[in-house]
Design a binder for this molecule. Sequence first.
Ligand SMILES: [Zn+2]
Length: 805
Amino acid sequence: MKIESYDLDLDVDFPKASVVGTVGITIRGSPSPLSLDCATLNIRSVRVNGKPVRFILDKPHSKLKVYSVPKGRSLVQIHYEKQISDETMFGLYKAKYGQEYMLTTDFEPIEARTVFPCVDEPLYKAVFRLRITTQKGLSAISNTPTARVELAEGGKTRFVFEETPRMSTYLLFFTVGKLEELRTNSGHIEVITATRQGQSKDSRFVLDVVADVLADYEKYFADPYPLPKLHVVAVPEYHTGAMENWGAIASRESRVLINEDSAFSDRALAAGTMVHEVGHMWFGDLVTMKWWDDLWLNESFATLVEYKMLDRIRPEFKAWDMFLRNETFPAITLDALSTTHPVQVRIKKAEEANQFFDIISYNKGAAILRMLEAYAGEEAFRKGVSNYLKKYSYSNATGEDLWKELGAASKLPVAKVARAWLTKPGFPVLKVSTVGDQIKLTQSRFTMSGHLPGLWPIPVDMLIDGRKKSLFISGRSASVPAKVGSELVVNAGRTGFYSVLYDEPGWERMARSFPGLSSTDRAGVITDLHLFMQAGQLDPEIYFRFVSLAGQVPDSLATETIVRQLSNLRTIADEAPVLRSAYGKFYAPLIARIGEDARPDEPGDMGSTREALTSEYAKVDLDYARKLASRFEDYSHLDPNLREAVAVAYAETRGEAAKEPLLKLVKTYESEVDRGKIYAALSSFSDPRLVVDTLELVTSGEVSRSDSAYPLLNASKNPHARDAFCDWLFRRYEKLREMYGNSQQFYLFMGICMPYCAVTREAELRRFLSGRRMKEGGPTYARVLELLGTNVRLRKRLLAAGKQN
Ligand SMILES: [Zn+2]
């Protein structure tokens, strides 16, 4: 069966939020009966080649069965109605702001079927001709430019969009609302940001990023962008970061509405998100996975090029540092659990995709691709990718097809190495020991509950007394000659997805050379030490010794990596003396050195380091919090990188008296990133009652669905509110799940909150999740419970480590 095209005619009643639609599907070789995907639609009539035919709407299976479709080329026309629900953030939905809304779509993976009957699988690519008729005074945007705007019956406006190239159903997009645009050009391509009215002025930063990176991608892929325009639409309520609809990226507002007055970390995140989505215009949109099994590749590849291209167009963001902090390091912790899964998993039903496509698939997948790039060589990798894109343009492909092209371009067995890493769970640890004048490297699988047998083909980069040495380990162990007492760094540059365990003299030497290592290597060492401590395989004292050493060197990657670790440890065991003493040895000297106010000659990323350090230190040192809180009066004039810390300090020190002023302030902000910082403060009170008041704003709907992540994730990390948060979560679980439509995003949040907030309530959480919830949250909850167990044991060890001192 082949779908040639969809002619989609939608009459959108904007005030009533309803649609009357007609879809004409031109199809060849249809089976009998033709089974279309179709959900939440009321079917009025079905015609085949102009004649009415029999049809059955199978609601439980979301199928529309159409009879009497001939084998040859036919036109199946379906006339239907749809009511747009107030609840969801998928399919076609109301993205609300104040009293208004825009109607917008989000189809990945299986929501196109809720807007028009179709064969809703990525393999069935087709041409789309879309026409939208709606009330006068509204605008409409879709994947392709508007060919013409007509006057329609009843004084309505009809937008007729140009025909799309062949593409998958999940990439179709449209929005209707009161919109405003900003335009620029990238060569022959028009780049446009669209926002709600009054907001477009703040989309200039993102507009320029998209225009710049589009030109760079054309060079990298050696393939022109195939559409005449590219939109970025800022959607007021959006459940994920952004979505790569071909020619019309949709995004939450915080990734588009960013200006010179935004914090460094917010600008970096917005730029990275856009570069990622533009990468998908080729990888994902032009060439699409055959089936959801390869969604991991789609996302991992876009994630890899996100950092690669960001580094080229905006080097000030130090993209490869961000890659380690956001991708490699978080993935390595989760992949150390025995409940992890291989990057590549078999997906039978599209619905399952949501459960498996998580940090393991995306982040680890991206880290493995980075390792394959280092193995194949940068230019051979680029050439292989470019050949792959040309060969499968407007069509579909699999991971194997990509390995084949990478292998041909590099003349190396890329497929073999790729398969070894992608089809088995976990990752190796390299044990490094020195025997005489030989360094011995031995591999096994690292897990939180011990080392297991396991073999990976590992490309190893190491530094021996500062000199680089590369080797490839495929057996259990390998030896490298070196002078006795040499300084070693294994996995130098951290392109490898494995951890490194030195012997005792090795750690001793490492401590001596640590301050002189590169920022990347320091962060890598700290990540390994933290992992070994989590697993109970390393005395906490050794980890904290390195944390103190890092307190002497302000550098963004290692510093921010440790801030994140200490913040997690604080949630687990705030009262442990060993942790309290680490705050003084790490935060205090670094803040004394970099200060609260930016210096004109400092690198840009010092802003994000300052933001991370001050916000966390304000939570653990009351004197420091008092000092910062005194600057709250001047809040709107503060350096944007200092705002979160000042707001947090204000809440921390004033308690109840801070609540009303913060709630008043948050209402005045038009921008999501500004509101996010105030919600972080409203979740940082030391009085758990006040934190619960904030959480209740999420479920009452007062906090918008887009903003809800800020109070939710921040409150779950607040050790004073740990118990209260748990109680609230147990009480509001079903409501939250409903708010997020049982989506990937919901499980992502639960995966972040639960292993920390429940550290003193393990048995209770186990009971709470057992049965139906466990079944629904499958892989996520298995991991939650294992990580929780790990955290419970770590808590005991941290509390005990304090007592010995
Ligand atoms: Zn993506």
